[in-house]
Design a protein around this ligand. Structure first.
Ligand code: GTP
Ligand code: SPV
Ligand code: MN
Length: 630
């Protein structure tokens, strides 16, 4: 490979523009058919989108520095005061572009039933007919960046690669943090490894002489996935999961389809290593919906003595059955795109320490001293701030200073409790899988599934109150099976079936044990019954002692509950009445939940696997037995 033999060039297709001004950004020298196919594809996208320049991203430090400097010069990033926050920047998005747009997210499979009732399906030809004209000339006046990236360690057995073309320098800088970007990936492409094609445009072409916006975007948005041809096309948004296509679009929606075909699972899960006081290590993955506590649990600092947690991942895990009958997991990402509000010294001090520098903040507030702030960072708000929209703010302003879905983007390696081997290509064997959500009522602090199938049943039934990471009304309950509702790239009923199949490949005594957790149950007075955060280690402690067979459990109609005396509550005051409420299972309310489950399963028109209907029938039977006699 002669990848080092680089040369700069203008965009020959658009016919305009100078060659890249610096010593990087050049197209790799063509060597072999595989790389030729990539270059042809890039030329094809350039012919359509008509950028002024093409910049091949090599992932170098110098390139990143130059990109950031350019964005500061253009007013797209604010450089934070290096005294407080070295190497860090603030981006303010357009107020209409602050979260993923699920309503504009499409699965364009050939057959509608392959997308299923929980996805927005659209016929591939039809949507190509809609978006092709939008992409036509959409990069005029801009640079088109070509970003080769790897999800998982480059060359790893569980890793997958892709290329994103984008006209957003902010997206390039973010992808550089969130994935492994660079020339090594081109070498893999050259060697014939399959890659996923992702195309992103903010949809804001510039006429000659037209001044750019700080956050260019388009009111019309399309985030379209083509699972059969392994492509993603995203138009109109510069935000998070809409723009960092390696993340939700590739590593969940497209990867879930690849996983279905290859026998593995792409999941919306954090990944941690828990080390008990005896020094024994366990691996736990947990699926919670957006803004429901994954980053927090991923960076848990146990409040019980002797326990330690090491971070492996905070948002996505790929799970694959191993030859040994265990389920192995990697975190395919390389950084954290975390929710800022609610991240503070008392909740997630590890995240606060992770953010010491080299961080891109989006939509948080700016302090007069050039540092950042958001609700929950400190108990008291600074007297004066500039809010996320650039307006003057004081604690009396009556509105949040940071957007509720404001975020930080930072390298995983900066986390002070990251596991040494967090990017080991082969991953880690799982001991437990947790499912959870935000449930003010009904769902106990922790319940253990009786076996894998019951665990899949529980996963298929996760529901959660909406947060600012989703469109719609915050607090409204919605069903979010496996926390994958917006992220499953195929029919969710087939996905339930795939989970059951993966279970059959595991050795029954080596499969991870499945638990449901709920940190968010509230008392009648509206306060959280459980202290949460670092004290969630008390729940993990019980889970691990269950796995090791050290403690028993109480059977309930919905699964196994802890015996209260087995919970380590040393050092915290949880009133006995709160504990009772935390674990209360009301058969009548659960029977209504079972009705909702049936209603939900029926929307899949007979596709939900029979074992899950059997679980539902068994649940109803147990609930009826548990009902007090009339
Ligand atoms: P995404 O990045 O959107 O997928 O979100 P996430 O699941 O990583 O959520 P995150 O950990 O960022 O938590 C979001 C919010 O939940 C923050 O405001 C936290 O303060 C809050 N939170 C997290 N853990 C707990 C907990 O144990 N108890 C309570 N009450 N709140 C919590
Ligand atoms: C989520 O919403 O689950 C996120 C943020 O992790 S985004 O990457 O924008 O999807
Ligand atoms: Mn997420």
């Amino acid at each position: 490979m002669a990848l080092a033999d680089i040369f700069t060039r203008p965009n020959p297709v658009a016919g305009a523009g100078a060659s890249t001004p610096r010593g990087f950004g050049a197209r790799p020298a063509v060597d072999g058919d595989e790389l030729r196919a990539l270059i042809d594809w890039v030329d094809e996208i350039a012919a359509l989108t008509k950028p002024d320049r093409i910049h091949w991203v090599d992932g170098s430090r110098a390139e990143n520095d130059a990109l950031l400097r350019e964005m500061v010069d253009e007013g797209k990033l604010i450089k934070l005061n290096p005294e407080w926050r070295p190497g860090s920047y603030l981006a303010r998005s357009h107020p209409s572009d602050v979260a993923r747009t699920e309503g504009r997210t499409f699965i364009a499979s050939e057959r509608e039933e392959d997308a299923g009732p929980t996805n927005n399906w659209i016929a591939p030809d039809e949507i190509r007919g809609t978006i092709t004209p939008l992409f036509d000339g959409s990069m005029r006046g801009r640079t088109m960046y070509v970003v080769p990236f790897s999800m998982g360690a480059v060359g790893g057995p569980l890793s997958h690669i892709g290329v994103q073309v984008t006209d957003s320098a902010y997206a390039v800088a973010s992808i550089g943090i969130m994935t492994r970007v660079g020339t090594a990936v081109l070498e893999e492409i050259a060697a014939g490894k399959p890659w996923v094609k992702t195309v992103h445009s903010v949809g804001a072409p510039l006429e000659p002489g037209q001044a750019d916006e700080a956050w260019p975007c388009n009111d019309e948005k399309y985030i379209v996935h083509f699972p059969e041809t392994l492509e993603v096309w995203s138009f109109g948004s510069g935000y998070g999961g809409n723009a960092i296509l390696a993340k939700k679009c590739f590593a969940l929606r497209i990867a879930s389809v690849i996983g279905r075909d290859e026998g593995w699972l792409a999941e919306h899960m954090l990944l941690i290593r828990v080390i008990d006081p005896k020094g024994k290590a366990y691996h736990v993955a947990a699926a919670f919906p957006s803004a429901c506590g994954k980053t927090n649990l991923a960076m848990l600092r146990p409040t019980i003595p002797g326990w330690k947690v090491e971070t492996l991942g905070d948002d996505i895990a790929w799970l694959r059955p191993g030859e040994d009958g265990r389920l192995w997991a990697i975190n395919p990402e390389a950084g954290f795109f975390g929710v800022a509000p609610g991240t503070g010294e008392s909740t997630n001090v590890t995240a606060v320490e992770t953010l010491w520098g080299n961080t891109i903040f989006t939509n948080v507030a700016l302090r007069p001293d050039g540092d950042v702030w958001w609700e929950g960072l400190t108990d008291e708000a600074p007297a004066e701030l500039t809010d996320w929209q650039g307006n003057a703010w004081t604690p009396d302003s009556g509105r949040p200073a940071a957007h509720p879905n404001s975020r930080f983007t930072v390298s995983a390696g900066q986390c002070p409790q990251i596991a040494d081997d967090w990017d080991a290509p082969e991953g880690v064997p799982l001991d437990a899988i947790l499912f959870g959500g935000r449930r003010a009522t009904n769902v106990p602090l922790v319940v253990e599934a009786t076996d894998w199938t019951h665990g899949v049943f529980i996963g298929s039934n996760i529901s959660s109150e909406k947060t600012a990471a989703q469109e719609g009304t915050v607090g409204e309950l919605r069903r979010d099976p496996f926390a994958m509702l917006p992220f499953c790239g195929y029919n969710m009923a087939d996905y339930f079936g795939h989970w059951l199949k993966v279970g059959q490949k595991l050795r029954f005594d080596r499969a991870p044990r499945v638990f449901q957790v709920n940190w968010f149950r509230k008392g009648a007075d509206g306060r959280f019954l459980w202290p949460g955060f670092g004290d969630n280690s008390r729940v993990i402690d019980w889970i691990i002692r269950r796995i090791d067979g050290e403690v028993g459990a109480v059977d309930s109609p919905i699964g196994r509950l802890p015996k209260l005396e087995d919970l380590n509550l040393d050092g915290i005051e949880v009133p006995a009445s709160d504990l009772d409420e935390l674990f209360a299972v009301d058969p009548a309310l659960w029977l209504s939940e079972a009705d909702l489950t049936e209603e939900f399963y029926r929307t899949f028109e007979g596709k939900v696997p029979a074992p899950l209907y059997a679980e539902l029938a068994a649940l109803r039977y147990r609930l009826k037995l548990a009902q007090p006699a009339a």
